[in-house]
Design a protein around this ligand. Structure first.
Ligand SMILES: Cc1cc2nc3c(=O)[nH]c(=O)nc-3n(C[C@H](O)[C@H](O)[C@H](O)COP(=O)(O)OP(=O)(O)OC[C@H]3O[C@@H](n4cnc5c(N)ncnc54)[C@H](O)[C@@H]3O)c2cc1C
Length: 381
């Protein structure tokens, strides 16, 4: 375990427990999950039973009531698996979707859904992005219209992680059509079997192969009024607030994956022979790997610092935006060069580095694209 000023004994014990789980229960099977395009439900249930899905949630619902740094430990240790599809399946559930409920839910809503989410009986998804609104969340068009004691949803959502295999969806829709942009958006809890709600299509991706990604369709989907999540017309602000946690865990995951790619590559070039020696003997190669290793260490520490700021209740929007912008680009640089140093083997589907290149690409696009993050930083300069 690496030394760090940020983590306590409790964090280290959690890290060891997750690492053991990943080594024993994930690594031997994850290639099969990549082929299947999904992570089996019993693995997710097992993780729920071990307490990995309720790290920061209140004990009364089955959570552990730990802090932001504990969340980062989860992201780092899952990321270290080198299987982005598995990692994102879990992190969307624990840190991108279910926080909407934990932060804004009424006691009744939390009592109804949170215990199942924490146990892994209910897998969650968050549906904000639409075919015509991604980075620009305020441009979303899915409409929710009040009808008696229901809201009626019409519209579609795009690129939704856990979209096919989810049980409960936190969905953003426009409740006030006259309000401009970010005003007039609300969040709803939509259960899988709600009439009028269906998966449009399963999407085929470049990476994150074991994570399911879908288009969702809402056609006169009647959602009980008590399933509105948070205050009416305040959904945009809840989404923005939750983005901070989302971006932090993506940074932690990205740096752990990048470190894994470097470790694999160092191992490879120490063995691979060319021109009378091993590749590691070539100064150009080992210095490049040393440089990338420093970049990853910088990203990892920046992410830990942002998590620490958050755990202290301090504003960390600028730091988290830096995390997302920096780590998303670094993991792409790292995996690109690591693939290069693997030569032709790195281009083969069977090689781990091939998978990691595909997984890394989305880190600069999803959950806040690099350019959008740079704008957030610039606004605070
Ligand atoms: C595999 C995957 C899983 C996902 N999971 C989810 C999910 O679970 N839930 C969910 O709601 N969404 C999800 N998304 C959506 C994801 O967050 C969006 O794809 C992302 O926010 C970018 O939006 P967009 O695709 O519409 O790109 P666009 O917003 O169209 O951006 C296209 C390009 O333009 C650039 N750009 C945009 N605005 C600016 C600007 N102001 N200045 C400079 N450049 C700019 C962007 O950086 C990007 O490079 C997922 C996406 C993928 C691919």
């Amino acid at each position: 375990m690496d030394a760090s000023i940020y983590f306590s004994e409790e964090h280290t014990l959690l890290r060891e427990q997750i690492r053991r789980f990943v080594d024993q229960e994930v690594l031997p099977h994850a290639d099969q999950w990549e082929r299947d395009g999904m992570v089996p439900r019993d693995v997710l249930r097992q993780m729920g039973e071990l307490g990995f899905f309720g790290i920061r949630y209140e004990e009364q619902y089955g959570g552990s009531d730990l802090d932001t740094l504990a969340t980062l430990v989860l992201a780092e240790e899952l990321g270290r698996s080198g299987y982005g599809g598995f990692t994102i399946t879990v992190l969307v559930h624990t840190d991108m979707a279910s926080p909407h409920l934990a932060n804004a839910g009424t006691p009744e809503q939390k009592a109804k859904y949170l215990p199942g989410i924490i146990k892994g009986d209910l897998i969650s998804a968050v549906a904000v992005t639409e075919p015509d609104a991604g980075s620009d969340v305020a441009g979303l068009k899915t409409r929710a219209k009040r009808d008696g004691d229901h809201w009626v949803l019409n519209g579609s959502k795009m690129f939704i992680t856990n979209g096919v295999h989810g049980d409960v969806y936190f969905v953003a829709a426009r409740t006030d059509p006259d309000a401009e942009g970010s005003r007039g958006i609300s969040m709803f809890i939509v259960e899988k079997d709600t009439p009028g709600f269906r998966v449009g299509q399963t999407l085929d991706k470049m990476g994150w192969r074991s994570s399911d990604t879908a288009e969702l369709v809402f056609e006169d989907c009647r959602v009980p009024a008590e399933n509105m999540l948070g205050a009416e017309n305040r959904g945009f602000y809840a989404i923005m607030q939750n983005f901070q946690n989302e971006r932090m865990v993506l940074g932690g995951m990205a740096m752990a994956e990048a470190q894994r790619a470097i470790d694999l590559t160092v191992e490879y070039v120490r063995e691979r022979k060319a021109f009378g020696g091993v590749l590691w003997d070539k100064q150009a190669i080992r210095q490049r790997l040393a440089k990338l290793s420093a970049d990853v260490a910088a990203g990892r520490e920046l992410t830990r610092h942002a998590a620490w700021l958050d755990s202290q209740g301090r504003d960390c929007v600028k730091e988290v935006s830096m995390v997302k912008a920096y780590c998303g680009e670094v993991t792409n640089r790292v995996t690109y060069d690591c693939q290069q140093f693997h030569g032709g083997f790195g281009y083969m589907r069977e090689s781990a580095i091939h998978r990691m290149v595909g997984d890394a690409r989305i880190q600069a696009i999803g959950g806040g694209a690099t350019e959008v993050m740079l704008e957030e930083i610039a606004k605070r300069m």
